[in-house]
Structures are given as structure tokens and as C-alpha cells.
Ligand binder design. Sequence first.
Ligand code: DND
Ligand code: ATP
Ligand code: MG
Length: 245
Amino acid sequence: MKQKVDEIVQWLQNQVKETGTKGLVVGVSGGLDSAVVAHLIKRAVGDNSLGVLLPIHTKSSDMEHAQKVIESCGIDSMTVDLTETHNAMYSEIQNRLKEKNEYIEKNDQLAGANLRARLRMSTLYTLATNYNYLVVGTDNAAEWYTGYFTKYGDGGVDILPIVEFTKQEVREMASYLGVPKEIVHKKPSADLWEGQTDEIEMGTTYDKIDAFLKGEDIPKKDKTIIENMHKRTAHKRDSLPQFNR
Ligand SMILES: Nc1ncnc2c1ncn2[C@@H]1O[C@H](COP(=O)(O)OP(=O)(O)OC[C@H]2O[C@@H]([n+]3cccc(C(=O)O)c3)[C@H](O)[C@@H]2O)[C@@H](O)[C@H]1O
Ligand SMILES: Nc1ncnc2c1ncn2[C@@H]1O[C@H](COP(=O)(O)OP(=O)(O)OP(=O)(O)O)[C@@H](O)[C@H]1O
Ligand SMILES: [Mg+2]
């Protein structure tokens, strides 16, 4: 594990050097992936790193976990509460749709959720511009393969240090790095709506996705879900379709 972590830390240092930027910023949710990334960037660039708490109707227990992550790695931090911003922006959009009788209720939860992720992204880039930092993403191998992220939301980042690691490997890295235990063993959640957990929404588990990525046999039902998610989200991993004359 030490070698793995040292290699990522060195890679992060190279990214900063090669891009001529001054440091690294990440959104810290109180979940596992951002806890690992916060620890890694603090190790890589010390005081030139920033962890940002971006609550949007966020549970106090998640805020406490995020605070514990900040304390456990000693990273510089900031909180920008986006709850009111999200309320104002989303209700304005919904009102315009309702005026046109074109508001589609069944899409409301997902649309509001993706707006949360994109408001977080905008905030991180505003801070990145201020400090001349890079925005660091937290996607792991399972999320990347299944496309389980918001395009230009949490997927809108400059670099992806843990994208080759399965969720289980990220968990092991977290223990090695000293991420608090309650976060290491917490249920993954995107914090996009009340009570959301990744595994309920996807209909499969990270253990199954990890096993699939390692080439192991998994039940047909899970394999179908994973393959469908992968196909449906190809556009998030591909370069942009461009009309060429
Ligand atoms: N074939 C295609 N080619 C090019 N673009 C295409 C497209 N199909 C859709 N699109 C575009 O992509 C959009 C759909 O993609 P997107 O906006 O990402 O939205 P979508 O994939 O529908 O939803 C995001 C998913 O990621 C999950 N998520 C989000 C954020 C964080 C986390 C987490 O784990 O923390 C999880 C979230 O719970 C949800 O299941 C469409 O609205 C359309 O604009
Ligand atoms: N409340 C929040 N404050 C700051 N950043 C957030 C918040 N919610 C989500 N994010 C950002 O969006 C990323 C994607 O969320 P995701 O849930 O996949 O990761 P996580 O919360 O770090 O780990 P887990 O998947 O185990 O819950 C987070 O890693 C973080 O960078
Ligand atoms: Mg989470």
C-alpha cells in the first residue's frame, strides 16, 4: 500500500508541476472517496491544498464526517453552503417550466440532483481560479466504468488520481492513510437526495462491480445492470462529438 500511495502522491506533484499551477482543491463530502483524495492531495502539496465542504440540504452527520476528514489530514478547508443558491436556482427553473406546462415531475429528483453536483463543480472551479489550483476528481474504477457520476458535475474535474482503483482498494487505501473508521465503513451515498445510497439506486453493489472489473464471475442480473450502465454512459467517457467540415 505504501508504494501505491507514494506513486499517486508523486503523480499529483507532477501534475501540479507540469501544468504550472500552484496546488490542488477537492470537494469533501464526508464520504470515502473524497476522504482518500483529501489525504492524498495534502500529502502531495501540503499547504497548497484545499478541502471544500459544499452542503446542499446536507445532513449534520455528513458535515461532521467531512469535518473529521479535514482534521484527520490537517488540510486547509472552507465551507460554502449552497443550499439557498440551489433552492433559488431550481425553483426559478421549475417555475418557468410550470408556466409553459412542461414541468415533468418524474424527472424532478434527478434534475435537482444533477444541479447539486454542477453547483459544487462551479464553486470548486471558482476557487481553483482564485488560487490557481487544479480541481481534483474522486471517481474510482467502479464509478468510472458504470458512469455513475454527473456529467460536468462531480465528473467535471481536471485530474482523476484514484480512477484505477476499485472501491475495495480505495477502502484499503483509506485505512492506510488514517481516514477515520466510521467513514471507511460508511455506506456510499451521493448526497443528492434524502436517503440516497449508491447501491439502492444502481440495483447492484460495489463488491459486485469490483468483482466484475477483476474479471470474476458475478450473477447474470448484476452483470446486465453493469453492462447497461456502461453502455448508456459511454458519452461521459468519450471525447465530444464534433461536426467536421
Ligand atoms: N448518448 C448521449 N450522447 C451525448 N450526451 C448524452 C447522451 N445521452 C445523454 N446525454 C446527456 O447527458 C445527460 C445525462 O447525464 P448526467 O447529466 O450525468 O445524468 P444521469 O447519468 O442521468 O444521472 C447521473 C447519475 O449519476 C449519479 N451520481 C451523480 C453524482 C454523484 C454521484 C456519486 O456517486 O456521488 C452519483 C446520480 O445519482 C445519477 O444516477 C443528459 O441530460 C444529456 O444532456
Ligand atoms: N456535501 C459535499 N461537499 C463537498 N463535496 C461534495 C459533497 N457531496 C459530494 N461532493 C463531491 O462529489 C464527489 C462525488 O461524490 P461521491 O458520493 O461519489 O464520493 P464520496 O462522498 O467522497 O464517497 P462515497 O461514494 O463513498 O459516498 C465527492 O467525492 C465530493 O468531491
Ligand atoms: Mg458520497
